[in-house]
Design a protein around this ligand. Sequence first.
Ligand code: HEC
Ligand code: HEC
Ligand code: HEC
Ligand code: HEC
Ligand code: HEC
Length: 254
Amino acid sequence: MTTRAVSVKTIIRTVLMAGLAFATSISVLHAADGLSIIGTKHDLAHLNQRPSVIATGGGTPMEGTAYNNYLDTCVYCHVPHVTPDATQFNRVLPQDNYAVYSNPAGTMDATINRPGGVSLVCLSCHDGTIAVDAVLTTPSTAWTPSTNHQTMSAGNSSSDCGSCHKPGNKPTHDATASYMTQDLRGDHPISISYSEALLRTPDELRDPLIIAPLRLYNDRVECPTCHDVHNAQYVPFLRIPNAQSVLCLSCHIK
Ligand code: HEC
Ligand code: HEC
Ligand code: HEC
Ligand code: HEC
Ligand code: HEC
């Protein structure tokens, strides 16, 4: 109970600081019923203050050395106008040097597009080419800059999160699975049109009207189709659990 009350307060404060619209805060307050981003791995503003992190890291291990703490959870991704379009986010977007799913068996019906839309927001941290604190607009409230601006990459240099978060380095958890790089050939195809695939082979995919809470973005499958960045209830940030491949079978008829 206490935790929930605190996190609701924190969210209200964070939302006000970010200057988000009232309508936005309502949907997030709703999400706070056990489903908040606060305290998750996506809460960069509070990471260093977490008791588990302080205990393992012997202090605030990332403060001043890994990324700017803007003291505001939302600002790493959002400016006040939230729409599912990559240009409306507070992120420097990556260059398109991606290797994408190559349709090895020749069985894919949808056109393979370049990674685009809201997926670029995710990739702006997860492909390791851009620092996690590389935002377009920093908050106007006081915050202390870091000496390093690390990327989510597996290298050992002072600009890589991997310099600590990798097996064999500092006593930290292994974040290798989050370092996606720009080689996406082994990942689920993204930025593909659902209706195009459905039209060609209706017996292989379900009606898009029944796949909620999975979401399409301009008819496309994007990273947040399956993941909800704000909600760690179903690890790793999934919109529904994937036990017995239920998530996969929400779309695929197999
Ligand atoms: C790690 C990046 C990230 C952070 C941090 C983040 N968001 Fe988001 N947010 C996104 C992305 C990406 C989308 C669009 C995808 C989607 O629909 O969830 C989004 C969508 C939204 C939406 C509209 C869609 C919906 O789910 O209703 C709202 C409202 C929102 N975010 C509020 C917030 C607030 C408030 C915070 C801070 C407490 C926050 N977000 C923190 C990335 C982030
Ligand atoms: C501001 C940077 C940032 C953005 C933008 C971002 N993430 Fe993350 N993400 C992180 C960090 C940091 C972690 C924690 C990595 C670690 O230490 O394990 C993470 C972890 C994850 C994980 C693994 C969670 C777990 O429990 O292991 C998933 C899945 C994920 N992110 C999906 C997404 C998706 C999907 C998007 C876009 C909708 C997104 N992220 C956008 C920074 C970001
Ligand atoms: C100087 C070493 C160091 C560096 C560099 C570093 N971290 Fe950490 N980090 C730690 C320690 C120690 C902990 C606490 C133990 C743990 O959870 O792994 C931690 C914890 C975390 C957690 C919390 C995990 C959880 O489950 O709550 C996340 C997320 C995280 N770091 C992300 C990052 C990201 C992203 C970067 C690069 C921008 C980074 N760290 C750079 C040392 C470091
Ligand atoms: C079709 C659904 C789907 C799409 C689209 C998708 N993911 Fe995932 N993702 C998953 C599932 C399911 C898992 C868990 C896999 C597992 O545990 O073996 C996962 C795992 C991850 C992980 C690793 C977490 C960990 O610790 O194992 C990250 C990071 C991640 N996704 C980020 C992304 C990003 C970024 C995108 C877009 C480029 C994306 N995902 C697109 C379903 C999806
Ligand atoms: C939101 C709906 C959705 C979800 C959820 C989803 N997929 Fe897909 N997937 C698609 C669409 C659409 C295609 C493109 C199909 C086509 O063009 O033939 C696709 C393509 C694929 C392909 C490539 C097929 C080929 O012919 O090369 C594989 C493999 C795949 N998905 C596996 C999975 C797995 C495993 C999961 C669960 C982790 C999953 N999908 C979850 C919609 C989804």
